[in-house]
Design a protein around this ligand. Structure first.
Ligand SMILES: [Zn+2]
Length: 332
């Protein structure tokens, strides 16, 4: 894994300063620049023949470009929304944070293909009122035509979630768990797992049935990279397990299947990226509150190509890490 950090955000200027050809430009700008070209004078016949050819080649280019365009997903985790919109935890009003994130996603110039909320959607015990407020706060995403997929964390309640947020809760293949294969999107197959074991008890568990489901799903789709989202963090060592208690069984499924490239999760409220056996482990920042106040809260833009994933941190409250980018090459 290598990471590239920037002091500022990726710029996407509509007017291009040609002087900047001679100076380093922020990473990512080149994607948006059309280089100028000059055509010599032509006879009308030549012009018609050339322009028809040019139109055809431009159309072919546009098609190839659409196929090359990375799939774009908005990644959220740990919103911790309480029924009471004024609720504050660790000096953070969670409603204010989620409202700010939803607004950023809706107003972005490039809409994501979909959004994923990686669990701990509700405040503490997954109460009905929490999901009612959460539904209200997420509504602008739906109104803008964006599908949002939701995972469950240890502060969620599966039954209350299914009762209160029907529009987000359908489609699971398993009765006892809320695991999904997300609709196919360019360049990857995306799976969400349900690590909720007991409500308001810290560790998470996937269970044999869900892992067997995952293995079967992964074996059925090997043509593109596979990405897995789950609430709890993988925990390979330590006596006191606060993460996934069956981490070893999960990675016994993931590691030998080389098309699995990344696992995304929340739970620790601490933004970080590491690797295990070449699989990227991406710990998303909380939308709500970081446990360590020095760490960022916010959300992450993920752009997925056939061979890599590019992440951009969108931090709240002007945190200094806002705009930070990471380009993660996929294992082969
Ligand atoms: Zn949490």
């Amino acid at each position: 894994m290598w990471a590239r950090q920037l002091s500022g955000r990726q710029t996407r200027s509509s007017s291009f300063d040609f002087n900047s050809i001679l100076t380093p430009v922020p990473y990512g700008v080149w994607d948006y620049i059309a280089m100028p070209f000059i055509l010599p004078p032509l006879s009308r016949r030549q012009f018609l023949a050339t322009s028809a050819g040019l139109a055809a080649s431009l159309a072919a280019c546009a098609q190839a470009r659409a196929a090359d365009k990375p799939g774009y997903v908005a990644l959220l985790a740990d919103t911790h929304i309480a029924a009471d919109k004024a609720a504050v935890s660790r000096d953070v009003n969670m409603t204010k944070h989620l409202t700010a994130v939803v607004e950023q996603i809706v107003k972005a110039s490039e809409p994501p293909d979909f959004a994923i909320l990686h669990g701990d959607a509700a405040f503490l015990k997954g109460e009905a009122g929490d999901y009612k407020t959460l539904g209200e706060l997420l509504a602008p995403l739906g109104h803008s035509g964006l599908a949002t997929y939701m995972l469950l964390g240890n502060h969620d309640d599966r039954d209350q979630f299914r009762a209160g947020l029907k529009q987000y809760s359908g489609g699971s293949a398993l009765e006892a768990k809320h695991s999904l294969y997300l609709k196919e999107f360019p360049h990857a197959h995306w799976y969400t797992l349900d690590s909720l074991d007991k409500v308001n008890v810290t560790p998470g568990k996937l269970g044999e049935e869900q892992l067997a489901w995952l293995a079967k799903q992964l074996d059925e789709r090997t043509d593109k990279p596979a990405i897995v989202s789950v609430h709890h963090h993988p925990q390979f060592t330590g006596d006191k397990i606060g993460g996934i208690t069956d981490t070893k069984a999960l990675f016994d499924v993931l590691v030998p299947r080389k098309h699995v490239k990344a696992v995304l999760f929340g739970h620790t409220h601490a933004w970080s990226i590491v690797q295990h056996e070449g699989i990227h482990l991406i710990n998303l920042p909380p939308v709500g509150y970081p446990f360590d106040k020095a760490k960022p809260s916010g959300w992450v833009e993920a752009r997925v190509s056939p061979d890599k994933m590019q992440l951009t941190l969108r931090a709240l409250n002007g945190h200094k890490q806002g705009g930070e980018q990471h380009e993660l090459a996929f294992r082969t």
